[in-house]
Design a protein around this ligand. Sequence first.
Ligand SMILES: *[C@@H]1O[C@H](CO)[C@@H](O)[C@H](O)[C@H]1NC(C)=O
Length: 266
Amino acid sequence: MIAISHVGIRTVFFSGLWLFVIIAFFHVFYREDLASNSGQTDSLLDTKTTIMVTPSQQQFKDVKVRVHREFIIDPDERFLAYFAHSGFHNQRVALANAMLLAKILNRTLLMPPILFGPPIPWVRFDKLYEKLLVSTKMGLEHCWKIPDQIPLPAECLNYFSSTTVSWDFLFDMEPIREWHKIIDRWEPSYGWLSQNLRVSLDEDFHFIKDTTLFDYRIHDSSFASPQNVKYKRRLDIKKLEEIDKKVLHLGSLFGLHRVTVEKPDS
Ligand SMILES: *[C@@H]1O[C@H](CO)[C@@H](O)[C@H](O)[C@H]1NC(C)=O
């Protein structure tokens, strides 16, 4: 009798222990699930970036990658615009050249955001403009709301492979913004520029269009620089300063020493 009841108590004890372990296990997992779900529904985010957690278990994590800034435009203000293209490193080189040129010309820099995703390689000016236009997510706001079970429509196929990110998201741009005025150019379209800068495409734009990747090189000195085989033509700062249109729009500004400053007072 004693032995039997002893076995009975042991069975109850081990069953109870197992039950406890199983409940604890589900409890922990259920809570983790809740936590990751609540992280996904931040309605304040204006740009969706997707980070793959594991290939089998696709989870999307929202990160705020655009820093929106208000800006006020001076009636006399003039602007410098260029096109971003290619990978991150090229975009960074171009931005450094653009900042230098904007400062020298006293033009507010219209800064494109960082383009992440399959690179948009350089092509001649008008073609690059078209490529940049179709790379935006304008009019595709419905794509990220399509449930996983439903196949993506054609226009959404590339939606999740690229994004635009503020330079301010990766770098402390504050000192540079204090050094010289910058306006974030959130859309590449001329229409967006016209609307936001209150300029007219017909009257206020001066374009310098590049036809090869290393087309123009910009110099502040009129001395003949050593022969440079890389760039096709030279543009002088003095000539650029004479352009009185509100928007001076160049193509690529990628390339080491694209803007060459030699005068000590530049
Ligand atoms: C630079 O441009 C601003 C307008 O944006 C103007 O008020 C200022 O006088 C200019 N500075 C020089 C040195 O020309």
